[in-house]
Design a protein around this ligand. Structure first.
Ligand code: VGL
Ligand code: ZN
Length: 217
């Protein structure tokens, strides 16, 4: 590792690994194009961190974000819910299903905390910090603060949904926030990627590439 690599193993830094689950990788119910490609890189990045948190999308059957819960609606339609607009998705990441399991290539034995989200049948939760009502907390910010973590690095799926919302909420909670772009893949539905990138930039999220962490730049 060269001297200019970031010291990711310092105790005030955490890696947040978002939703690398079977349903978000090719062959899954809500596949993110080339979502599986990031798995070896994420393993390699994570090996340098002493603090690793994983997020796991974890919905009950019949979840409000599923198009199948809304007669006449199709996946990717957008509806208005009490907490705002909701993209409707294929049924995915149902609690206890194979699709909800982490991708078999994910090798993160030192993960300290797994945050399951999306369990409220009536509220979606892209972010690992807050449900889509922007109020109901998962407890993650408190966990990170109790561990005196100041900086988070975010990787995973999907860049334009769960990674972006997690990064935005990390900023809102006052964490220095980096998104490692080559360790993410996007759904990119109807401008979602460009919008997410703009929102993250506006919020002060910093975009980096994995070589800045791995030290082979
Ligand atoms: C996600 C859509 C629905 C994600 C989760 O992990 O980005 N996207 N649920
Ligand atoms: Zn979901």
């Amino acid at each position: 590792m060269s001297n200019d690599a970031v010291k990711t193993d310092s105790p005030d830094r955490a890696l947040l690994v978002i939703d690398i689950q079977n349903d978000f990788t090719p062959g899954g119910a809500l596949e993110v194009p080339r979502g599986d490609e990031i798995v070896p890189l994420v393993n390699q990045i994570a090996a340098g961190f002493s603090n690793v948190v994983q997020a796991q999308d974890w919905h009950p059957a019949g979840h409000i974000s599923f198009a199948s819960s809304h007669p006449g609606k199709e996946p990717y339609d957008i509806i208005e819910l009490p907490y705002g607009p909701q993209v409707l998705w294929p049924d995915h990441c149902i609690q206890g299903s194979h699709g909800a399991e982490f991708h078999p290539g994910v090798d993160l034995p030192h993960t300290q905390l797994i945050v399951r989200k999306g369990g409220n049948p009536l509220v979606d939760s892209y972010s690992a910090f807050y449900e889509a009502d922007q109020q109901t907390t998962t407890g993650l910010a408190g966990y990170l603060r109790e561990k005196a973590i100041e900086t988070v690095y975010v990787v995973g799926l999907a860049l334009d949904f769960c990674v972006a919302w997690t990064a935005l909420h990390a900023r809102r909670e006052g964490f220095a926030t980096y998104v490692v772009l080559d360790a993410c893949r996007a759904i990119d539905n109807d401008g979602s990627l460009e919008n997410a990138m703009n929102e993250m930039r506006r919020a002060g999220v910093v975009f980096i590439e994995s070589r800045q962490l791995l030290g082979d730049a």
